[in-house]
Design a protein around this ligand. Structure first.
Ligand code: G4P
Length: 312
């Protein structure tokens, strides 16, 4: 997958996001980290913990309507164990989105009790939404805000004041979500994001990508391949051979009976993204325990990192 190496996140964008987060962190009570429920590790920004320091966090497993419900339960437990509040959402239909304010209230119960003691009972809870592109930030904000979304002023010469969008349950959202970058230097991460369509298609080799996806599905969801493409589980069948099999079984043939793997690749990727193969999650929570610090001088930042990056 040579082409993947050429995908680079624009460094200026990273600096801008870092500045935005730095500026906004003191203003918010919590950060909401939006993840794709089909890729709850690969859709994380590798620097998220460092960027948001110790702010209380709500993990939103979005696109849960497309993900495997059994694995979503495991992912909920995984992130809860690491100290986050977790909700699942389908921001397209709105399902689950109503749990957002309550989850924040529970997460922030100690802070809210302190505010109440100080007589600041009606104080809004302020939250910043963060996530990599395509994970559903705009959809979620639109769902939460309904028609109430404020129009941001952006006139030359006028310092843009950050605006807050009031949503239900006494919660206010920062009007612009933080667009984080994925860990694209990791080939596995880049591939998985490409499977879901989070990375633009035209810069990738479709057939290589489809072959890789087929191999993953062949191992993790053999039943789905059998039902949709009549590909029976066969340990001997790997990558490109699977794609040829799919083409043959679908009658996608070139003259001379050669399997049209290009068409098969497009069909597979389209159908996977369209949930035609069923609800599928491509990553399972790592089973490896968080390594214990080896010495008293171990990096404290690493110890404090409750969300280890892409383990296992
Ligand atoms: P972003 O701001 O984080 O970049 O993401 P955005 O909301 O633009 O969502 C990216 C795509 O994902 C959109 O699809 C959106 O409809 C879809 N989406 C967002 N949340 C969910 C969800 O929970 N479930 C499902 N099934 N889809 C979701 P699109 O094809 O780009 O646009 P559209 O054709 O849906 O308008």
């Amino acid at each position: 997958m040579e082409d993947m190496k050429t995908i680079q996140w624009f460094p200026g964008h990273m600096a801008k996001t870092r500045r935005m987060i730095q500026k906004s962190l003191p203003l918010v009570d919590a950060v909401a980290e939006l993840l794709d429920a089909r890729l709850p590790l690969s859709s994380r920004n590798p620097e998220f913990d460092r960027l948001t320091r110790k702010k209380p966090r709500l993990v939103i497993l979005n696109k849960a309507d497309m993900a495997d419900p059994a694995l979503t339960q495991k992912w909920i437990a995984y992130y809860q164990k690491r100290g986050a509040a977790v909700i699942t959402a389908d921001s397209k239909s709105g399902k689950g989105v109503k749990n957002f304010p309550n989850a924040l209230r529970t997460l922030l119960a100690p802070q809210l009790a302190r505010y109440a003691e100080k007589g600041m009972k009606g104080r809004p809870i302020r939250v910043m939404i963060l996530g990599i592109p395509n994970v559903g930030k705009s959809s979620l904000i639109n769902r939460l805000a309904g028609g109430k979304r404020a129009k941001a002023e952006d006139r030359a010469g006028v310092t843009r004041v950050q605006q807050w969008i009031k949503v239900d349950g006494g919660v206010e959202l920062l009007d612009t979500p933080g667009v984080l970058w994925p860990k694209l230097d990791d080939q596995e991460v880049a591939c998985r994001l490409a499977f879901t369509g989070a990375i633009r298609d035209d810069i990738l080799d479709q057939e290589a990508l489809a072959a890789k996806l087929l191999e993953l599905l062949h191992t993790k969801y053999p039943q789905a391949l059998l039902e949709r493409y009549k590909i029976a589980p066969d340990a001997e069948l790997k990558g490109f051979a699977l794609l040829e099999q799919l083409a043959k079984n679908r009658g996608m043939l070139l003259s001379g009976g050669i399997p049209n793997t290009e068409r098969a690749a497009i069909a597979l990727l389209d159908e996977f993204r369209g949930v035609k193969l069923g609800r599928i999650t491509l990553e399972e929570p790592p089973v490896a325990a968080i390594p214990a610090p080896t010495s008293a001088s171990a990096d404290t930042a690493a110890q404090e990192n409750a969300f280890p990056e892409h383990e296992g």
